[in-house]
Design a protein around this ligand. Structure first.
Ligand code: HEM
Length: 500
């Protein structure tokens, strides 16, 4: 036994030694040909700047570092050359001036496993395949017309949410969970159809994989050492979740194919308005089953938590600022009362509520770093060399709190948008919660309709207060960094019915 322990310790020490020696040699070699990189903190052998990220949340830490090293910063995270962008001007350089150079995404273990080797739109390499998917998504899946056609599904599920909350009147509810579940169910029904029996199981698998995939992964930081992927245990966890998700989705696809066949035989195919996203995808002959499954996962991964978390942050901010909540409630109640019944069509009249959503996305962008980009060819920005294959992180969270653009930047103040006509199109680089350029979020319309209408209903039907005598000043607004920037603690609130 002792011999065995000695044997394994020696092997382990030898591997560690070879690894460290190899890294030091590589670091020296690359240092000798270092181009004029953007400034950044001193890089340590092997780990580079990983230690600089320890201690607080990554978006906070990177903003702190950028105040010392500037809005275009170079870090080495393990093996990965990383460019951090922390100002609107530099974001414009990356996302507009050099849009084409930065149109790809780096390969990430989680999406490689979950999205069938990055077959989804979010992480597909820039090129013909991605263009095809993007076209299908913008013209077929997420066009305004299609988003409108899902109005009954959204209406029904949001009504269920209101009913469920009303039944718990007077007692604390887990607001975060209630909203997240509803948004997941809406996505599920829109993507997979109402009758899918396994929706709830699928939702759970997707939720789990998002939990597991958030954060920096050791294997992604040292891509040339594939064995590191096994150390964190992430790979087997993701593989297991992928298998479960794959089985459920494949069943749904097969079932849908059967139904379509029998409908064609009976000579009454589905009307366009009845089509779920899966029908639309099955209509595209160019897509393999794996591509269809990867795109469905995009809808969940991209759309569910980000929309739900925006609603939760908005309500938390309003709880802290009762004046704002009262103003929103007065507006919503006046508009909806006039029409007798809440209706998505009246959303255009809710100017102040729309400002509240904008202000929420400014202070709490769900994608604090957008989705990462990759430098497709060496280029120069502001006189600095950006190496080929560098990973690019745009710290949107820092940009939308930049005091040189935003007065009193940390204050939740929706009125700032009364005079500021900034929109979500990604042309004003101090406000880019949905990104910008060719990889900008294709789900903006879908997201805004869900977020704004859900908020309007929650403000129309209920008054809200904190439970157990918690004062608004004591509400914990700490963040948790993951696939999306969520509240660290679930938000608990007591509803009282205003409009039954
Ligand atoms: C409040 C809600 C949402 C926010 C804040 C958000 C934000 C973002 C951001 C920042 C990106 C990266 C953009 C870039 O790299 O420039 C993105 C990409 C993406 N989003 Fe969203 N998103 C939201 C909702 C949705 C919804 C509802 C869907 C679909 C149903 C969706 C689907 C996608 C997809 C597929 C991509 C990848 C696009 C590509 O790489 O070509 N998102 N989103």
């Amino acid at each position: 036994m002792d011999h065995q322990i000695l044997y394994f310790t020696s092997i382990f020490s030898l591997i560690t030694f070879v690894f460290i020696a190899h890294r030091i040699l590589l670091t020296k070699k690359s240092n000798s040909s270092t181009p004029n990189l953007p400034p950044g903190p001193l890089k340590l052998p092997i780990i580079g700047n990983i230690h600089n990220l320890v201690g607080s949340l990554p978006h906070h830490k990177l903003r702190e570092l950028s105040t010392n090293y500037g809005p275009l910063m170079h870090l080495k995270l393990g093996e990965v050359s990383t460019i951090v962008v922390s100002s609107a001007e530099n974001a414009k350089q990356v996302l507009k001036t050099h849009d084409l150079v930065f149109a790809s995404r780096p390969e990430i273990l989680a999406t490689k496993i979950m999205s069938y080797n990055s077959l989804g739109m979010s992480f597909a390499p820039y090129g013909e395949y991605w263009r095809q998917l993007r076209k299908i998504c913008t013209l077929e899946l997420l066009s305004s017309k299609r988003v409108q056609s899902f109005q009954p599904v959204r209406g029904e599920e949001l009504t269920n949410l209101i009913k469920s909350i009303a039944s718990k009147e007077g007692s604390p509810i887990n607001f975060t969970k209630e909203v997240l579940s509803t948004i997941f169910i809406i996505t599920s029904r829109v993507a997979l159809g109402k009758k899918c029996k396994e929706n709830q199981k699928f939702i759970n698998v997707v939720k789990q994989s998002m939990r597991v995939a958030g954060g920096f992964e050791l294997g992604d930081l040292f891509p040339s050492y594939a064995w590191l992927q096994h150390i964190s245990g992430l790979k087997p966890k993701l593989e297991k979740l992928h298998k479960q998700a794959d089985m459920i989705m494949q069943n749904i696809i097969d079932e849908n194919r059967e139904v379509r066949k029998s409908r064609v035989n009976e000579d009454h195919p589905k009307e366009v308005e009845e089509e779920d996203l899966i029908d639309v995808l099955l209509n595209q002959e160019c897509l393999s089953d794996n591509s269809i499954k990867a795109v469905i996962l995009d809808m969940y991964g991209g759309g569910s938590e980000s929309s739900a978390v925006t609603i939760t942050w908005a309500v938390a901010e309003m709880i802290k600022n009762p004046r704002i909540m009262e103003k929103v409630q007065a507006e919503v109640r006046e508009v909806f009362d006039k029409e007798k019944i809440p209706n998505e069509r009246d959303m255009e009249k809710l100017k102040y509520l729309k400002n509240v959503v904008k202000e929420t996305l400014r202070l709490h962008p769900p994608g604090a770093f957008l989705l990462p980009r990759e430098c497709g060819e060496a280029c120069v920005i502001n006189g600095y060399d950006i190496p080929y294959k560098s990973k690019v992180i745009v710290n949107v969270w820092a940009i939308s709190r930049d005091p040189s653009f935003w007065s009193d930047p940390d204050r939740f103040y929706p009125e700032r948008f009364d005079e500021n006509s900034v929109d979500y199109k990604g042309n004003t680089f101090d406000f880019i919660p949905f990104g910008s350029g060719r990889r900008m979020c294709p789900g903006v319309t879908f997201a805004l309709v869900s977020v704004e209408f859900a908020l309007a209903l929650l403000m129309y039907h209920f008054d809200w207060k904190l439970p157990n005598g918690v004062k608004k000043e004591d509400l914990d607004m700490s963040e948790s960094f993951g696939v999306t920037l969520t509240m660290k603690e679930d938000l608990y609130l007591i509803p009282s019915i205003y409009h039954p």
